[in-house]
Design a protein. Structure first.
Length: 198
């Protein structure tokens, strides 16, 4: 099997859901992989890599700024043996289709800078799903992602919680209200633009 480099493209990398997705992906991949944290930056050297997996959250329907910095580095990288680029993107909303523009941005980047395009896994309800009994759906998606990468396929896979929208909005509202209460913040306070009293 080829060599894989995994990029964590979350702005909150050490405490991110992306980090949890990477941890769960590794056993599915079954080999060691190099890791790079976009937030930390530093030189990116994908030499010898056959595959590069970008793991990131959806930010305002697009790619987080920290990952843009990494893509800019890749754009000027002079290596000729281009690794195949794959995407694992998660978003807060229920529908994985919300991540489609971000996937297309990376696909366009690959076309523009001569990187082969590979697999994409779009995870809807990505903030919550790992903490629910539906986390097995994520593991199944990750296994399919790894298998597709190994086989050199190009497919877009999707995972989401099997809830209707009403149920999802109710459950997530309750989750954030309880979360606020634990931190002595009311639901009303959370609806304001005040950040840490600033
Ligand atoms: C500034 C910001 C913008 C976001 N924009 C979106 C969005 O457009 N659509 C969406 O579904 N989720 C959005 N989210 C939710 C994140 O995608 C979600 O919380 C994700 O699980 C974070 O992943 P991470 O922990 O790996 O950074 C946003 C979150 C933040 C903080």
């Amino acid at each position: 099997m080829g060599k894989l480099l995994i990029v964590n493209g979350s702005p909150r990398a050490p405490r991110s859901n992306s980090r949890r997705y990477i941890e769960q992906f590794l056993p599915c991949w079954g080999e060691t992989a190099d890791q790079y944290t976009a937030l930390r930056g530093g030189p990116l050297s994908p030499e010898d890599c056959t595959d590069l997996l970008l793991v990131f959250p959806l930010y305002a329907d697009g790619i987080p700024a920290v990952l843009m910095r990494t893509l800019k580095e890749l754009a000027v990288w002079r290596g000729t043996a281009r690794p195949r680029i794959h995407v694992l993107v998660n978003c807060g909303f229920l529908e994985p289709e919300q991540t489609r523009p971000a996937v297309e941005m990376v696909r366009f980047f690959c076309k523009r800078y001569g990187f082969p395009w590979g697999m994409a896994l779009q995870i809807g309800s990505g903030e919550a799903i790992l903490n629910t009994p539906f986390s097995f759906l994520v593991r199944r998606g990750l296994r399919r992602l790894a298998a597709g990468m190994r086989a050199g396929r190009s497919e877009v896979l999707s995972v989401r919680m099997p809830l209707n929208r009403r149920m999802f909005v109710w459950a997530s509202g309750r989750y954030w209200t309880d979360y606020g209460a634990k931190n002595n913040i009311t639901a009303g306070e959370m609806r304001t633009m005040e950040i840490e009293g600033g």
